[in-house]
Design a protein around this ligand. Sequence first.
Ligand SMILES: *Cc1c(COP(=O)(O)O)cnc(C)c1O
Length: 364
Amino acid sequence: MGNNEQVYVKEAFDTNWVAPLGPNVDLFEQALEEYVGNGMHVAALSSGTAAIHLALQLLGVSQGDEVLCQSLTFSASANPILYLGATPVFIDSERDTWNLSPEFLELAIVDRISHGRKPKAIVAVHLYGMPYNVDAISVLSQKYDIPLVEDSAEALGSSYGGIKCGSFGDIGILSFNGNKIITTSGGGALLAKNLEIKKKAVFLATQARDEAPHYQHSSVGYNYRMSNVLAGIGRGQMEVLDDRVAARRANYAYYRSRMGHLSQLEFLKEPVGYFSNRWLTCVLTPTLKIREKIRLALLEDDIEARPLWKPMHLQPIFEKYKSYTDGTSEDLFERGLCLPSGSNLEEADLERTTALILKAIKND
Ligand SMILES: *Cc1c(COP(=O)(O)O)cnc(C)c1O
């Protein structure tokens, strides 16, 4: 936490705005709108998953539709497709960013259309804070007229061509879960260029109450709005967001300066025009065996390092769905490792991890 989170939470208590609306919600949304820029309108919600659910519904996804989704991601990118009774189709990653491959995306779109199954939406993810290839993906979304959900849950503070992530999709989403770059303990946001979309999101997120003196409903609603108490935490977190990005990038810079020369470790690099918040510092090892050697050596010393996200098309819950892949995300999953990356790590912590890794791969 930064300095003012408790001040804003106390405000909520002092003014008795302990509800899923109030001044902190409005001011948190305003702070996000100013930060992300690019004319986005923000609705603060209970989670990033809820934001993806509403985004897909607002883009017209319903029962029986197909939705294209990046395979290498956290399951929350794909679960809402099933909430709506739609069918996910998974797309492999490109090597440069580890995100949605434009080549496979187009291949899938053309193939699905040729089967009379034009996809209803695309879910693209800025994984670990690294932007996906925004230009290429946006061009395909426009060329085939398929709306884009930009899963920016891990990428608040990242940018592409100088423009902040969260503002590239027809609808963008953010997460403020406990593990993300800033947190409200749990929370998320939906970002839309179109103010009407934000209004509809808030309407659906607050039980879809029609305008009437009594409770009247003509559509199914959800209870997805962010609490005014948690939005107070969010307001405080916005004041330290840039510090958190700097801290995460310093972790990456440290690891890379100490280990970037090793043939056994390949660091995910920023292509020209890309700026990653470096939410997590991730490396590729030459083989699964070496990855496990490093992971277990760290674990031995009580340091947790996790493999990359397991691709969705390999997950028991999703493996029955169609996928367009060439083994890239599977290979990244086998050889990739997320290093300890918290914003509060000190140089001694980074040095301790580095020393253990150097020792573990000394003879490989
Ligand atoms: C965390 C995360 C989500 C979900 O956000 P929650 O706020 O935890 O619901 C969605 N997509 C990705 C890529 C995430 O990392």
